[in-house]
Design a protein around this ligand. Structure first.
Ligand code: A3P
Ligand code: MG
Ligand code: MG
Length: 379
């Protein structure tokens, strides 16, 4: 009942306009860095311990610099003080759409509300989906599926879980399950709920809770509106305005050998850079932990310095390749997605060592714009 079209095969290079596929070979994207406007925060929202949406910053947390060399036990509370978000529930773009409806005046087209374009953006998506696009030219393990729908002139992009990713999610080892908790436990050791309070490591870690920033920016000629989860902010009231006051927290295995350092630069810093560069979060504070999950040292990484840090690495990633690929993917999507219809999904598919291809699905289970959103935006 739904029309499908798939074109595959190797694309002639460089990607000619009108091509049915998009190459992900990094050599094709080694051009000048594209224009990427300083991201501007246009709002924020919170999700509470039951994953309920609030159009405010109630879940914002404040970074507290540890007094002395840390000794955080990340395993503490895993068994008895942990409420885990159900990651089989797919929320798609729903929280962002709720934010848009609650803040329509902030994002509606300046020209006129009567125009066919309802939003002042070419693309609406999650930051995490853009992070996946940025890292694609260097990814050798995990493919992705991105569903795109055009509605009133704006392209909405929402991820679809791949079969492989679902299998991995359903077959995690007990060790892996526990290690996924460690990152959140580190946040609890270093974040306070109020400006003048202290972190409370005796509390419950609930991964339903989130504070999300909504930013507007432009990549070349693509106007973007996206949201991303933010771990905490600088508690200094004189810190610069958001997103410059935000801090991303990470944990990573202690680095003991040159090989480990090289892998950290080549793989982990790529992910960290892509995630924070997009929303304009200036720094990552990393907790390095041993194999028993004890954080033994902290280190700050300034996003603007990461590209220099990795320059001596052989065969390393380049920020310009990431941004140019993302830019070209968005151009490709604009070219492919022609029908303005919330029940039509263009499903972009990528597997490592392949080109990006797509298929078209009408009134299928891939449709992701909810009726309440369509009705609100058409009235
Ligand atoms: P670490 O990255 O410090 O291990 P984020 O860093 O993006 O704020 O995410 C917080 C934590 O969520 C991560 O902390 C990790 O524990 C967990 N997490 C995030 N993305 C994940 C993924 N794709 N798979 C498994 N765990 C993930
Ligand atoms: Mg986070
Ligand atoms: Mg983090």
């Amino acid at each position: 009942n739904h029309h499908q079209q798939r074109q595959s095969g190797s694309a002639p290079e460089p990607n000619p306009l009108g091509s049915q596929s998009l190459s992900t070979r990094k050599e094709l994207y080694e051009r000048d860095f594209p224009v990427y406007k300083q991201p501007v925060e246009v709002g924020s929202f919170s999700l509470d311990g039951e994953r309920r949406f609030f159009n405010d910053a109630r879940q914002m947390r404040y970074y507290e610099e540890p007094e002395r060399s840390p000794n955080f036990d990340l395993r503490d509370g895993y068994k008895d003080r942990f409420i885990k978000r159900d990651d089989s529930v797919k929320e798609k773009l729903d929280h962002i759409l709720r934010w848009i409806i609650a803040n329509r005046t902030k994002c509606s087209s300046s020209a006129t509300t009567a125009s066919s374009r309802a939003l002042d953006a070419d693309f609406v998506t999650w930051r995490g989906h853009l992070t996946k696009l940025l890292t694609t030219p260097y990814e050798t393990r995990e493919g992705w599926l991105l569903a795109a729908t055009m509605f009133r002139g704006t392209l909405y992009i929402s991820e679809v879980e791949t079969e492989a990713s679902r299998r991995d999610r359903e077959n995690r080892t007990a060790r892996h399950e526990e290690m996924m908790y460690w990152g959140y436990k580190f946040e609890q050791y270093t974040c306070a709920d109020e400006v003048h309070s202290l972190p409370d490591p005796s509390g419950v870690v609930n991964t339903n809770e989130a504070f999300c920033t909504v930013v507007q920016t432009r990549l070349a000629d693509h106007r973007l509106l996206f949201s991303g989860e933010v771990d905490c902010r600088d508690k200094d009231p004189n810190a610069p305005a958001a997103p410059a006051c935000y801090v991303e927290l990470k944990t990573s295995a202690e680095i003991c050998t040159p090989k480990q350092r090289s892998n950290f630069h080549r793989f982990k810093l790529l992910k960290w850079w892509a995630q924070s560069f997009l929303p304009g979060v200036p720094r990552v504070i990393a907790g390095f932990r041993d194999h028993e999950g004890v954080v033994v040292s902290l280190e700050t990484f300034h996003i603007s310095k990461i590209s220099h840090l990795i320059k001596n690495e052989f065969n390393c990633w380049k920020p310009t390749v990431c941004m140019n690929f993302c830019c070209d993917f968005l151009s490709f999507a604009k070219h492919v997605v022609t029908e303005d219809n919330p029940s039509v999904v263009y499903l972009f598919t990528w597997e490592p060592h392949r080109d990006v291809t797509y298929s078209i699905h009408r009134d299928s289970p891939y449709s992701f714009l909810p009726r309440w959103y369509i009705e609100e935006m058409t009235s």
